[in-house]
Write a new protein. Structure first.
Lengths: 113, 114
């Protein structure tokens, strides 16, 4: 079993839709959770960063972590064609860690005009 | 300010050859990590270096090695290339090795092994 699981999609939505992207993880030691966006043939760029459980909002993006169910979510409101990319969830343990990131497989999102 | 830079952008090698990939971190960052991203998969951790010392190693064979220089730039070396080594190799830099430190990724080096 992979430590971070993510449905690869692809996910296709019309412009303006609310998008829900999800991951599950298995390692109870994970404390830090990230969402990266990766455009084709580019490196990943950090979108959201959360610590432990709870919600974090940044503009049209909301990240949610439920440690009791080991579930990570990213919501995109009013989706735009420019949001079309691969979204990677990642996690890492807390103290004593080297900062090694464990990534999910990535979900490919297409937002159609 | 320049982001993480990597060279070369693309590389084509044949099986059995050796390859060296290079990375320059963001100015002021002392930690460099290397990841391998096979097509259709998420990045997999290979190494992390901080202040020229190896701080972490992923589940990769000894054919993979790396080092970090006094200016914090880094090289990833892969010997005896296999077809399965074809991937996007990503370098990420961060200020330190702390889990709370954001890792900023470069554009990657796309390696094709024929």
């Amino acid at each position: 079993q992979k430590e971070v699981e993510q449905d690869p999609g692809p996910l296709s939505v019309p412009e303006g839709a609310i998008v829900s992207l999800n991951c599950t993880y298995s390692n109870s030691a994970f404390q830090y959770f990230m969402w990266y966006r990766q455009y084709s043939r580019k490196g990943p760029e950090l979108l959201m960063y959360t610590y432990s459980s709870g919600n974090k909002e940044d503009g049209r993006f909301t990240a949610q972590v439920d440690k009791s169910s080991k579930y990570i979510s990213l919501f995109i409101r009013d989706s735009q064609p420019s949001d079309s990319a691969t979204y990677l969830c990642a996690s890492t343990p807390g103290s004593g860690n080297t900062g090694k990131l464990i990534f999910g497989q990535g979900t490919t999102l297409q937002v159609k005009p | 300010d320049a982001g993480v830079t990597q060279s070369p952008t693309h590389l084509i090698k044949t099986r059995g050859q050796h390859v060296t990939l290079r990375c320059s971190p963001i100015s002021g960052h002392k930690s460099v990590s290397w990841y391998q991203q096979v097509l259709g998969q998420g990045p997999q951790f290979i190494f992390q270096y901080y202040e020229k010392e190896e701080r972490g190693r992923g589940n990769f064979p000894d054919r993979f090695s790396a080092r970090q220089f006094p200016n914090y730039s880094s090289e990833l070396n892969v010997n005896a290339l296999l077809l399965g080594d074809s991937a996007l190799y990503l370098c990420a830099s961060s200020a330190t090795t702390g889990a709370m430190d954001t890792q900023y990724f470069g554009p990657g080096t796309r390696l094709t092994v024929l």
